[in-house]
Design a protein around this ligand. Structure first.
Ligand SMILES: NC(=O)c1ccc[n+]([C@@H]2O[C@H](COP(=O)([O-])OP(=O)(O)OC[C@H]3O[C@@H](n4cnc5c(N)ncnc54)[C@H](OP(=O)(O)O)[C@@H]3O)[C@@H](O)[C@H]2O)c1
Length: 288
């Protein structure tokens, strides 16, 4: 049975865990039948034995949803983006939102949901290819290449009146730049701190947080699992937008279990263009 990580890390020799879309081969849990596709925690391994309980309980993937979408836009990635924008940011049409790591899994859904809801959307991403995709395929109002452009200058040019909402996947210097430009009653959605995950010592705090006082601003953390019970509501909305052609998915699929560590590393080098997925194998229908 796949064990949860012990406090302070994984036990030596235990498989890494991750959220996956998997095919059920055998089940003692009545809710799951052989042949079902499920979404939940499993190991970085070809076959996993799970009890379906944990940080994110295993759920059945609705019929017609392919595994790539189940593990991406219609998985926790899409949920945090959906509720982060609709419930934490509480957007009003016409407001300006800036999204960091906008060409990543969460960022791409958050940016497009904001666009669908009538916001002025600026994405921050690394490199020309990502920024072109954001403008041309996701139809954002602007994109900033944080690896090759001066982000402060570009924010001033693209958000001349300031920022109403900052959806932050990254943390680091960009958070300070957004704080500096926050408009009255501005909101900052704290989704992730990718710029800091490799820190082994204390996290640096944002320098400009006093700006929250000056603009009656709000900074709020977002935890996807809080919305577990409302998973179906988000899936229904996101699926409808996908079907209507309003929400595009972009996945970056690395193939082969042996490439799992390098696939994970792509998130930190920024090599992934879209949701980083690892395909272990096509689903089997029976036990071999
Ligand atoms: N709160 C929750 O419940 C929840 C749930 C799921 C995910 N998350 C968080 O959401 C964030 C996005 O997750 P994701 O899976 O969609 O990853 P992702 O955004 O697809 O991948 C990470 C991206 O971050 C950017 N990046 C990496 N290092 C950076 C640095 N030092 N400075 C600035 N940007 C950097 C890179 O994009 P560029 O090349 O474009 O810079 C990279 O592609 C993560 O922080 C994740 O932990 C939170």
């Amino acid at each position: 049975m796949l064990a949860p990580p012990e406090e302070g890390g994984y036990a030596l020799g235990a498989p890494m865990r991750g959220l996956a879309a998997s095919r059920v081969l055998a089940s003692r849990i009545p809710a799951f039948q052989p042949g079902d596709t499920v979404y939940g925690y499993s190991g970085w391994e070809d076959y996993s034995v799970v009890d379906g309980k944990g940080y994110w309980d295993t759920t059945k993937v609705p019929p017609g949803v392919p595994p790539n979408l189940a593990a991406g836009t219609l998985g926790i990635t899409g949920i945090v983006a959906y509720f982060g924008v609709t419930e934490i940011a509480k957007p009003r049409p016409g407001e300006t939102i800036v999204v960091s790591a906008a060409m990543g899994g969460v960022g791409l859904v958050a940016s497009q949901v904001a666009k669908i809801l009538g916001l002025h959307v600026i994405g921050i991403a690394g490199g020309k290819e990502k920024c072109d995709w954001l403008r041309e395929e996701a139809h954002l109002d602007g994109a900033i290449d944080h690896r090759n452009e001066d982000v402060a200058d570009r924010l001033d040019a693209l958000c001349p009146e300031g920022i109403d909402i900052f959806f932050d996947n990254v943390g680091g210097p960009v958070l300070d730049l957004a704080l500096e430009r926050l408009r009255p009653h501005g909101r900052i959605v704290l989704c992730g701190i990718t710029a800091h995950y490799d820190h082994t010592t204390g996290l640096p705090g944002p320098k400009n947080y006093s700006q929250l006082i000056m603009v009656n601003g709000r900074m709020e953390g977002l935890l996807g699992r809080d919305y577990f019970d409302r998973f179906p509501e988000a899936i229904e909305a996101l699926r409808a937008w996908i079907d209507a052609g309003k929400l595009k998915s972009k996945e970056d699929v690395v193939v082969g279990l042996e490439n799992a560590p390098s696939a994970l590393a792509r998130l930190y080098s920024g090599a992934n263009v879209g949701k980083q997925l690892l395909k272990i194998e096509d689903p089997k229908l029976t036990l071999t």
